[in-house]
Design a protein around this ligand. Structure first.
Ligand code: NGQ
Ligand code: ZN
Length: 444
């Protein structure tokens, strides 16, 4: 297929009137200054990887915003989340995942890192096929066309100590051997371009010994872990081992570029430097972190040390790439009472945030370098400006993230042209099935 972009973000900067030819899952050629031919788009940029999602949580988006009897927190939200998680059957989980993926593609994400821990049947026993729930995530990806980095989650304990898991966690649990078999089964489900990593859920759910055994058995894969999201988690870790979560993790594991530290909200200056120097990616989920009352990631210090970050939609309470980047920047503006707080150098804040999140997202999900260049994967998003204002490429990104009017019009994931005119090609069917499923779940 041939695309004609009025402007495109190429590896060495913006170019105009760019012809981009796709062949299968790859970009065959890129020609700036070309004559119009093929599908005309406004502003072509590489498709982003969403590095952290729990797809099933889309199913209760906006439905945990009523205050309970006491003071609500991350932990009271988690109780509600567990109640929802405990009822879903495989078909329902697939329907909800498909809805989330449709919205991700429409938001400009070409790939999702699915941090998947809803493994077993509602009663906690393994399905006849123990990899059934992972297969449902792959099936949703097959339907929606999103590129998948599947991250089966290792979850063995209920807290530091280790403390035993509670009833509400029964669908998440594995011994190490069964978990390794799950990873192997997932390897067999990959389509071209898909990646399988793994994810010890958190330092609460996986011990130092678990981490060491898994690292030995599963080298050379993306490794994701939730860490230091809540103050209580920091306090519990200190009580357990005298060290803070990130400090403890960096001491016991060889945290490097294959690692993605999800949230990493509560950090000392040493921990900020440690993550930045390790080359690991900080997996920031600003919208969910705001929704759950996590706190602020120390982004200015981290970015000043060339720390790498990517964006995740996590709870999927909202699925909007532009909003994630906006909330990330606005949090820092509010704290520091300044503007353009996260731009490392002069120039467009939107462009700088977008490019850094693009690189970090690809690194964390084990994807190819995201670039509009011959031979690269055809992960592409086109931003359309209905007003046709005469502005530069960086201004297009700024208007998309902070302003108004612009939206993702077209999206290709691994060459699959799944979003046209701002809508996913399967949106209607996926949304109708989703609504039916969620109504059924809410009626229980
Ligand atoms: C999760 N979500 O695994 O879905 C977690 C909550 C936990 C976020 N941290 C559960 N946002 O951390 O124990
Ligand atoms: Zn998470």
């Amino acid at each position: 297929m041939e695309i004609f972009a009025e402007r495109a973000l190429l590896p060495d900067g913006w170019a105009e009137n760019v012809a981009v030819v796709l062949e299968g899952s790859r970009i065959a050629s890129v020609t700036p200054g070309a004559a119009p031919a093929g599908l005309r788009v406004g502003c072509l940029v590489p498709g982003m990887a969403n590095l952290h999602s729990h797809a099933f949580q889309r199913g209760f988006s906006g439905l945990t915003e009523a205050r309970g009897p006491g003071r609500d927190s991350f932990w009271t939200w988690r109780e509600m989340m567990y109640r929802f998680a405990l009822t879903l059957d495989p078909e329902e989980a697939e329907a909800i995942a498909a809805m989330a993926q449709v919205e991700m593609l429409e938001a400009g994400y070409a790939r999702v890192g699915e941090f998947h821990y809803l493994h077993h049947a509602p009663d906690g026993t393994a399905h006849a096929d123990p990899a059934e729930m992972s297969a449902r995530i792959f099936a949703a990806a097959e339907e929606t066309g999103i590129a998948l980095t599947h991250l089966p989650v290792f979850y063995a304990h209920g807290g530091f100590g280790p403390a035993p898991a509670v009833e509400g966690q029964r669908r998440f649990l594995h011994g190490r051997d069964a978990f390794l078999r799950l990873v192997e089964a997932c390897d067999g489900m990959r389509r071209e371009g898909d990646v399988v990593g793994y994810a010890p859920h958190s330092l609460r759910a996986a011990s130092a010994e678990d981490l060491a055994v898994l690292a030995e058995a599963l080298p050379d894969r993306p490794v994701h872990i939730h860490v230091a999201e809540q103050v209580k988690e920091v306090d519990d870790c200190l009580a357990f081992c005298g060290r803070r979560p990130v400090e403890y993790l960096m001491d016991m594991a060889e945290v490097g570029p294959r690692w993605c530290l999800i949230h990493a909200t509560h950090l000392t200056a040493e921990e900020v430097s440690g993550i930045a120097a390790s080359g690991a990616v900080a997996g920031l989920c600003p919208v969910t972190e705001a929704n759950l009352g996590d706190g602020f990631f120390p982004a200015p210090d981290f970015l000043a040390q060339d720390g790498r970050f990517g964006i995740g939609t996590d709870s999927n309470v909202r699925i909007s790439l532009a909003e994630e980047l906006r909330v990330l920047e606005y949090g820092q503006r509010l704290i520091h009472r300044e503007r353009n707080a996260l731009a490392a150098e002069q120039g467009s804040t939107g462009e700088q945030l977008f490019l850094r999140a693009l690189a970090g997202g690809a690194q964390a999900t084990g994807a190819d370098a995201p670039q509009i260049a011959p031979g690269a994967a055809a992960d592409l998003a086109a931003l359309e400006d209905p007003l046709g204002l005469d502005v530069t490429g960086p201004q297009m990104l700024d208007r998309w993230i902070f302003g108004r009017d612009l939206a993702v019009g077209e999206l290709w994931a691994q060459g699959r042209h799944v979003v046209t005119g701002g809508r996913h090609r399967a949106r209607d069917a996926v949304a109708a099935r989703y609504a039916k499923v969620v109504n059924r779940v809410l009626a229980r």
